[in-house]
Design a protein around this ligand. Structure first.
Ligand code: MTE
Length: 314
């Protein structure tokens, strides 16, 4: 795996975007159009549900991690606090039928099934860097659509200042919920301007295919400038609120996990530094990567926090 060690991934390093996108689209088209026993890998790729999804404008032309890095080392405490066990146990979750309840400060509340949410919703690929609060990172090609598109449909009222997201509660299957590592169900939240920022994504797939259960099927949030715990999996409810929601990790350890959780190398976790990150899949001799403020997305998102003290509002 080629690891890029850039201090700011947004300046125009790398391949010119248009060249890169043209190349990716060509490769995708070639994969979709190919057949024949001589090319087993390509034939396999053809079976991937989202192989023809176009690349979105906010995607970064970074070298992505191997799929296996992202799908076999997962944080999903509803199943287990052990990464490999959560990967394995999450496969037992039934993700269809699935619905999402919309409530609170919106003109159009209701219960929407996943098919209706996805009907007429164009999807795109977004290659994002993903940084966990545990100081590891990866680059993932997500398939999804802007959270802003979804929010617009429910017509938030002027009182909607925050959005709270909730994961499924089902201790029969999600056996990690039988122990009180967190106060279940898992809850996360964003300020409304964060939630409607063009980078905030609802993901339904990755690596050209549907999301594997362990990565949050059937739909999850991806907020690339924040620590990974904000990117809540298996969403069943969104509540629009006037006040800041209480979130699971903040509730469990308020001095360690803030509501904002913006990636910030200058603010250490009380138990470890956040200045560097281990890149999944890199060899043990590869030096750790220097963590970028806002995970490298500062050009786009820093203005959301103008005037805020980010060491207090961590
Ligand atoms: N969402 C739920 N419902 N439960 C979880 O345990 N873990 C979070 C986040 N979303 C988690 C969750 C954490 S700590 C991280 S780092 C990311 O999911 C990991 O996403 P991944 O397993 O797809 O890499």
């Amino acid at each position: 795996m080629l690891i890029k060690n850039k201090s700011n991934i947004l300046s125009s390093e790398i391949t010119d975007r248009s060249v890169y996108e043209a190349r990716r689209q060509f490769m995708k088209a070639a994969v979709a159009g190919s057949a024949g026993l001589a090319m087993p890998n390509l034939v396999k790729a053809e079976a991937k549900k989202y192989a023809n999804v176009p690349i979105g404008s906010h995607s970064l032309p970074l070298e992505v991690n191997k799929e296996e890095d992202a799908t076999s080392y997962t944080n999903y405490y509803e199943f287990s606090t052990n990464k490999w066990d959560s990967t394995r146990l999450a496969k037992t979750l039934k993700t269809s039928p699935w619905s999402v309840t919309i409530e609170g400060e919106v003109e159009k509340p209701g219960v929407f099934n996943l098919e209706d949410i996805l009907k007429n919703q164009p999807l795109q690929e977004r290659i994002y860097r993903f940084r966990c609060v545990e100081a590891w990172s990866m680059v993932v090609p997500w398939i999804g659509f802007p959270l802003a598109d979804l929010i617009k449909r429910f017509q938030p009222t002027s009182k909607a200042k925050f959005v709270e997201f909730t994961t499924l509660l089902n201790p029969e299957v999600m056996i990690g919920q039988r122990s009180q590592v967190l106060d279940w169900p898992y809850v996360e939240g964003l300020r409304i301007d964060e939630a409607t920022h063009p980078l905030a994504l609802i993901a339904v797939g990755m690596y050209d295919d549907v999301l594997p259960n362990q990565n949050g099927a059937p739909l999850r949030l991806v907020v690339p400038w924040k620590y990974g715990f904000k990117s809540i999996k298996a969403i069943v409810k969104m509540r629009f609120m006037e006040t800041m929601p209480e979130t699971s990790w903040h509730k469990s350890a308020p001095n360690e996990y803030g509501f904002y959780a913006n990636v910030n190398p200058e603010v250490s976790h009380p138990r470890w530094s956040q200045s560097r990150e281990r890149v999944l899949g890199a060899s043990i001799w590869t030096p750790k990567r220097a963590t970028d403020k806002f995970n490298g997305y500062g050009e786009q998102v820093a203005s959301l926090y103008a005037g805020m003290d980010l060491s207090r509002n961590f």
